[in-house]
Design a protein. Structure first.
Length: 197
């Protein structure tokens, strides 16, 4: 651990994690939408793994965003941090729940039942989109970040909310209201986090 601290600062690790967040978010969308259509077991396993990783990787990123943006308005930045962290941990927990079921399927058929802690992605997509949306708003007010990064974040937050509402109402992972926001947002995550880091 001391060796890691000597090599990179927390912000540099957050930069690496931001890229990993984007990659794992894209791979989650790919697994959930495309791989699961051809191989449901593999798709379930991979989407659960990448959803878990996306949640864990994004934690450092939102802490650094809070640190950089709290000078603009500390109360809004802290409120936003809470939403972003709850969304990140909700994603990791939801992914962990799905991963446990993919590795050791339960004796009862629970396929299609929502996660009890994150029903239909309430935390993963709904709450996280609020956190991302407000961080994006703060980024547009900051001189430290490019304005386009705030716009990109707002688009991503909107797509995440559409994805949450789609999973809540439509349910089918192959419905266009779920497929397109998931795939487009995966691309935005990769591009946006690379710009951020």
């Amino acid at each position: 651990m001391i060796f890691i601290k000597l090599i990179f600062s927390f912000e540099k690790w957050a930069g690496i994690d931001s890229i990993l967040t984007g990659i794992s978010a894209f791979l989650y969308a790919l697994s959930f939408i495309i791989i699961s259509q051809n191989n449901p077991e593999l798709g379930s396993l991979l989407s659960a793994l990448f959803l878990t990783l996306t949640g864990f990787f994004s934690v450092k990123v939102v802490v650094v965003l809070y640190q950089r943006l709290k000078g603009l308005d500390e109360s809004w930045a802290f409120w936003t941090l809470i939403f972003a962290l709850v969304g990140a941990f909700g994603s990791a927990i939801h992914g962990g729940y799905d991963l446990a079921n993919a590795i050791n399927p339960p004796s009862e058929n629970i396929i299609g039942l929502p996660s009890q802690i994150d029903p239909r992605g309430l935390l993963t997509f709904g709450v996280a989109s609020i956190g991302l949306g407000f961080f994006s708003w703060l980024i547009t007010k900051s001189k430290e970040f490019p304005k386009n990064l705030g716009l990109l974040g707002a688009i991503s937050a909107t797509l995440m909310m559409v994805l949450y509402l789609g999973r809540l109402i439509v349910l089918s992972p192959i419905d266009p209201i779920i497929v397109w926001p998931a795939l487009i947002n995966g691309r935005y995550f990769i591009f946006g986090w690379e710009v951020c880091s």
